[in-house]
Design a protein around this ligand. Structure first.
Ligand code: ADP
Length: 279
């Protein structure tokens, strides 16, 4: 064999050895990553099981606390003093807040564990927005705020999960009411060729620019501390994940002192939607 061919053969063998070596390393790394992935999934399933059982354990006694407190408040045979009534009303309010927090934790854990099913249906947007506004008007009125719709009644029907969209919109409007001391909360809808959006605009305290990204993190409460308003700090984290499940997103524009606008943008027909039936 000529000398040059022998040298090429040696080089070729070295290349084969090196590539076999790399292949073995890649295989080992891939197995390691798969094992880690399994561990993370196990941990998430464990967290989900934990939340489910804890929320059951918390929900039952909380529901009876609320029930018994209401019985005492409504008892006409042995009426309570004004002071006792006020204290008991605080028991009921705080128990409701705890119940809401438990339910938020459960929702978040359900989404993260991939247990949240998307049920698509045809939704009349105008009717949907009016209904949500109607349910939240007493909350706004209780703070002396005006809650209004800015739409001309010409929004189309869309294909989405009505319950999940309602969950997001209720979260955004409740926040707008919570973080606004005076003025108006305005809800408006818009539809394009492929997507639609619903905006919630308030005249409240606004959000500092460097906090905008953080407010979508679990348990983050920026302005809550300043206003004394306490929530679970989970509403926006859940809303962003729900919007993602529906194939969309949530955007925010805000100016401290002037107010905020949160917008949900969703596809008119999500990619996972079944094809339109043909007649
Ligand atoms: P929560 O309302 O329970 O505190 P969220 O996840 O819904 O939790 O919101 C996180 C934080 O984002 C709030 O604590 C508040 O600091 C800020 N935030 C949300 N919506 C508004 C709003 N409309 N105006 C001002 N701040 C807001």
């Amino acid at each position: 064999m000529p000398l040059r061919d022998a040298a090429e053969l040696v080089n070729y063998k070295r290349l084969v050895d090196a590539s076999e070596d790399m292949e073995a390393q890649l295989r080992a790394r891939s197995e390691e990553l798969q094992a880690r992935n399994r561990k993370v999934l196990d941990m998430m399933a464990g967290r989900d099981r934990f939340f489910r059982s804890v929320s059951h354990e918390l929900r039952t006694p909380l529901t009876s606390i609320i029930g018994f407190a209401k019985l005492l408040l409504e008892d006409t045979n042995e009426p309570l003093s004004d002071n006792q009534r006020q204290l008991l009303k605080r028991v009921v309010d705080n128990s409701h807040k705890l119940l809401a927090m438990v339910s938020d934790l459960l929702d978040l854990s359900k989404i993260e564990a991939g247990r949240a099913e998307v049920n698509l249906d045809s939704v009349d947007l105008d009717e949907f927005i009016s209904q949500v506004i109607g349910n939240l008007t007493p909350l706004a009125a209780g703070k002396g705020l005006s809650l209004r719709i800015d739409a001309n009644g010409s929004l189309p029907r869309v294909c989405t999960d009505e319950q999940k969209l309602s969950h997001i919109l209720v979260n955004l409007i409740s926040n707008a009411i919570k973080f606004t001391e005076q003025g108006t909360v305005t809800v408006s809808g818009k539809a394009g060729r492929e997507s639609f959006s619903i905006s919630v605009k308030d005249t409240g305290i606004g959000i500092a620019e460097d906090e905008i990204d953080s407010i979508f993190s679990e348990f983050y409460q920026a302005q809550g501390k300043k206003t004394g308003e306490r929530g679970s700090g989970l509403g926006l984290a859940i809303s962003r994940k729900l919007a993602g499940l529906l194939g969309g997103r949530i955007t925010v524009k805000s100016k401290p002192g002037s107010g905020s606008t949160f917008t949900i943008i969703l596809p008119l027909i999500p990619k996972s939607a079944p094809p339109k039936p043909t007649d």
